[in-house]
Design a binder for this molecule. Sequence first.
Ligand SMILES: CC(C)[C@H](C(=O)O)[C@@H](O)C(=O)O
Ligand code: SF4
Length: 466
Amino acid sequence: MAGRTIIDKIWDDHVVKDLGDGWALIHIDRHILHDLSGPPALAKVSAAGRHVRAPALAFATPDHAVSSAQGRTAASFAPGGRLVDALRAATTAAGIRMFDLGQDGQGIVHVTAPELGISLPGLTVICGDSHTCTNGGVGALAFGVGTSESAHALATQTLRMQRPRRMRVRIDGRLGGHVSAKDLALYLMHRLGSSAGVGHTVEYAGSAVRAMGVEARLTLCNLSVEMGARSGLVAPDDTVFDWLAGRDYAPRGAAFDHAVAVWRGLVSDEDAVFDREQMFDAAEVAPMMSWGTSPDQSMAIDGIIPDPDRAPVALRDDIRAALDYMGLEPGRPLAGTPVDWVFIGSCANARLSDLREAAAVARSGRVADGVTAWVVPGSVRVKRAAEAEGLDRVFLDAGFDWREPGCAMCVAANGERVPPGARAVSTSNRNFVGRQGPRARTHLASPASAAAAALAGRIVDVRTLH
Ligand SMILES: CC(C)[C@H](C(=O)O)[C@@H](O)C(=O)O
Ligand code: SF4
């Protein structure tokens, strides 16, 4: 028998019933619910006269529509407050654990699920949210679902799924100084485009990935959906096992040792066949920044803004439209472009290691006049850990705002917006038209690059600051 990929192994372990033609009913191990997608899914279950089959496998927390202001309550943003109430009522009725505002465990779902050990290697993890792929950083097969699928899974603990095609992206070698997992992810988008992963699950492999800590792997997997893949993962190894040991919902004692022994088998066999393979050299990755209105419209920070007239004909209109929206001129350096807002946060980059990288830059100066810069930790736990090592003081002393955990300005669902026409450097993962507010202009970047832009008041190559 031919070898199997890690994707096949996790899939095969979860098939409840083979439905033929590549379709199967698969078991869902963990179900995450947030304030936007949780209430409608739970309502659908009740409306159908069903009940939640395995409440102990579901976990909820509000993140999207909650204010990030210090001292916030659910009522601080009234429309979101109603969603928090709905999530609280429905999870209480169903017997599902909810990490409420102000409680340990609250935060952006894709930050909290791994940090609490809810997502574990080899598990299937779903959430009504496209960035559920983030959880692949611990070796889970994790993907976003729609409301009907979420309701189906709540009622049955299964989903009818098409077996994903298998893609491997290998990155070998070493990333350079000030080049992070976020830069690598933007580089991959830039090289592969926004639809390279459609229909696939991506395994990220190679020495550059092996060398990454878990949080960096979560960042890398977070952007899988921006290249069209519903899920992306990294084979779990000692780095992951050490990181998971002792986490709230991870197995304990002998059960943990047993789990690790099983998890060690979650690697692609030497002779496993992928439907698509791509290889990259880590040394070629520079600090990256998006220039357009899709994450794949990204470039090396020391590069020249693309000229539509020199681009392939099929791309010209898109490039023109993106540059027009972004207020950028082709043929000029991106560095030097003045910046109004900086947002350090989101499930892409709001974990402790991200805040450390941003703080290391923030220590060297002050936020430039005319720039508003926010740091929104990804979870209550990240916030507390950052405060315990004084990162809040570093940011506050440098003139950044230090805020409460949630999605905040990543999608502006809580009313926190980049003003119309303003230019933001953001550590989030989407720069779509209007994403951070009507007419807001978003440049995606790493935490270090975002902090550097805040201090300089313009887009700057972070490598030139140190
Ligand atoms: C609002 C939510 C369902 C959405 C998603 O699915 O990803 C959001 O988190 C996003 O990042 O755009
Ligand atoms: S932080 Fe942004 S990308 Fe992540 S779940 Fe929230 S809105 Fe979506």
